[in-house]
Design a binder for this molecule. Structure first.
Ligand code: SME
Length: 171
């Protein structure tokens, strides 16, 4: 019995370590992309491409930013299917709500959301994390997944880390 417990413990431990390692590698690669000398546009595009390619359940990765002085978001760089939602008024959809709430929004099942803008029938869940420059919400990273109930605190932590790093170059 003790032996079995040990095996279980070891497995759980290694699994946890592997997740930590994976996160560390993701952060290191983001740091590398951000510190490479390139335009902000190219850097954001590389981040979209890298995340979509690397995290299996990130099926659409994009950035929306406040559109000048208008109370709306404008789509910037993205990877994934083309979307017609290139302009989103503040308050509309998950993105528009984050523009006003200044808080992370994790939707485990988009079919349960009334104030939601669909970007295709395949999308089952979504996570949106705001980007703050000088404490002002200037935009966000938006990720769609074709799998429901997939996002965890791990994603929020990784994406908050990325948004903070991006804020430094957009400052
Ligand atoms: N689903 C978003 C719209 C943007 S797409 O995900 C690309 C929303 O409800 O705001």
């Amino acid at each position: 019995m003790l032996f079995h417990n040990n095996i279980y413990f070891n497995f759980a431990f290694s699994f946890n370590e592997y997740t930590k390692m994976e996160l560390k590698v993701l952060k290191q690669e983001i740091d590398r992309i951000i510190s490479s000398e390139d335009s902000n546009e190219n850097t954001l595009q590389k981040i979209c491409d890298y995340l979509e390619r690397t995290v299996s359940y990130y099926d659409w990765v994009g950035f929306y930013f406040k559109n000048g002085t208008k109370n709306e978001l404008k789509l910037a760089q993205y990877t994934g299917e083309e979307t017609e939602h290139t302009i989103i008024p503040f308050g509309k959809g998950i993105c528009g709500q984050v523009a006003m709430s200044n808080e992370n929004f994790v939707v485990q099942d988009v079919s349960e959301q009334e104030n939601y803008i669909s970007c295709g029938w395949k999308v089952k869940s979504e996570i949106v994390i705001p980007i703050f420059v000088n404490e002002k919400n200037i935009g966000q990273i938006d990720i769609d997944s074709h799998t429901a109930n997939i996002f965890t605190e791990k994603d929020e932590l990784l994406l908050e880390y990325i948004c903070k790093k991006i804020a430094l170059i957009l400052n």
